[in-house]
Design a protein around this ligand. Structure first.
Ligand SMILES: [Zn+2]
Length: 133
């Protein structure tokens, strides 16, 4: 009897999410029945239980819902923040805001997603949105 390789389990929602990030696309599953996006990606819609989900690239725009400053010594990278972001598409996700002093992040700030590599893992962070001119 041959044993199946671990690599067969590559179609889970977190793997799909990851494979989009690897291509620098921020995509989330959208339900084909109730039309809602959700995060973290699941196999079924958490709102209505529908299995037919469609992956779509999202705007990456959102708003700070809550923010906490984590104090850290400068030699260890300095302060950073942990935020909950409400995406324009609806879902809320935990992340951090970069390019701004952690203490200056306010609830309601408009932010834009950026995909970075943290220890070779693609990861979504946010930066303050520039006012459109
Ligand atoms: Zn649904």
């Amino acid at each position: 009897m041959t044993k199946q390789s671990d690599k067969t389990n590559k179609s889970g929602p977190d793997m799909i999410y990851r494979s989009f990030l690897d291509r620098h696309i921020f995509a989330l599953p959208k339900c084909t029945k109730c039309n809602q996006f959700h995060f973290f990606p699941r196999v079924v819609c958490p709102y209505c239980g529908e299995f037919e989900l469609e992956w779509l690239a999202i705007s990456g725009k959102g708003e700070v819902y809550s923010t906490t400053t984590i104090y850290r010594k400068p030699e260890r990278g300095g302060d950073y923040n942990v935020c909950l972001i409400t995406l324009d598409e609806g879902p809320r996700m935990m992340s951090r805001i970069e390019d701004i002093d952690a203490k200056l992040v306010n609830i309601g700030d408009k932010v834009t997603a950026r995909i970075i590599n943290d220890d070779d893992e693609p990861f979504v962070v946010f930066t303050p949105s520039k006012e459109a001119s």
